[in-house]
Design a protein around this ligand. Structure first.
Ligand SMILES: NC(=O)c1ccc[n+]([C@@H]2O[C@H](COP(=O)([O-])OP(=O)(O)OC[C@H]3O[C@@H](n4cnc5c(N)ncnc54)[C@H](O)[C@@H]3O)[C@@H](O)[C@H]2O)c1
Length: 248
């Protein structure tokens, strides 16, 4: 089991879904966790997690706000060991000609700019403490093309590019940077995606070798492994946690 005793982590998008599961897992494994989300309900999530969790309402696409929550976590606990850049959205799901420039900018802001900003402000503080581990949440849409998900897919491919380059840059400073690429996960986001796209759970489940969606806790387990010392020689990877979706 991963241990995070004495470690400080930031998890974005922690109000629900995968981010909430990651924050819960980190606290259960001994970490102190700053939970970040645009939704005010993140305050209640941190309260439920107890004295080792705090929360900040912030927009991960906003330069000043990202600097603010990274600095706040460091100032409160005097160190920063782990960053999980998880907050994201599916945005406008349509073929390329049916997407607008504002659709593109919004999706890149929430899904990709956020990962850049989180790493930009966290890395110098991790270096101060002698190292750290960053886990960026990409997607199967970051590994393969999915029709109707061009903008989402571009943002998720971009996360893998950022992850690989940052891993090469920061390895000498003891910072590991990895990406997790989930298949379909049972969260409010996937429920919204199914509703918008007129798709159904059974059809998507059938595209996975395991014939089902993941539970958020199954993604959190992979994140906890990568963030922990158990993964001490793993960096620059993009690991599918996708029930076999991309195996074919
Ligand atoms: N659910 C899936 O099937 C699936 C599959 C692959 C990848 N992912 C990725 O996993 C991550 C989490 O997804 P989820 O399914 O838990 O989604 P979710 O919608 O259930 O949760 C995402 C959280 O991010 C927050 N958020 C959105 N925009 C934000 C912003 N600008 N600033 C701060 N917080 C913001 C939301 O308020 C929400 O609480 C996302 O990056 C998503 O792309 C999800």
């Amino acid at each position: 089991m991963a241990s995070f005793q004495g470690r400080v982590a930031i998890v974005t998008g922690a109000a629900q879904g995968i981010g909430k599961a990651v924050a819960s897992r980190f606290v259960a494994d001994g970490a102190k966790v700053m939970c970040v989300d645009l939704k005010e309900s993140v305050l209640g999530v941190a309260e439920q997690l107890g004295e080792n969790a705090r929360a900040i309402v912030a927009d991960v696409a906003d330069d000043i706000q990202v600097n603010g929550f990274v600095t706040a976590a460091f100032d409160h606990w005097q160190r920063l060991d782990v960053l999980c850049n998880n907050a994201g959205t599916d945005g406008h799901t349509a073929p390329v000609p049916d997407c607008s420039a504002p659709d593109f900018d919004y999706l890149m802001g929430v899904n990709l700019r956020s990962v850049f900003l989180g790493m930009k402000y966290a890395i110098p503080l991790m270096i101060e403490g002698g190292g750290g581990s960053i886990v960026n949440i990409s997607s199967i849409a970051g590994l393969i093309g999915l029709p109707g998900q061009s903008l989402y897919g571009a943002s998720k491919h971009g996360i893998i590019g950022l992850t690989r380059a940052a891993a090469l840059e920061q390895g000498p400073f003891g910072i590991r940077v990895n990406a997790v690429c989930p298949g379909a996960v049972l969260t409010p986001l996937s429920a919204d995606f199914m509703a918008k796209g007129g798709s159904d759970v059974a059809k998507w489940a059938a595209m996975h070798a395991l014939r089902r969606f993941a539970e958020p806790e199954e993604i959190a387990a992979a994140v906890a492994f990568l963030a922990s010392d158990e993964a001490s020689f793993i960096t620059g990877t993009a690991i599918p946690v996708d029930g076999g979706f991309t195996a074919q």
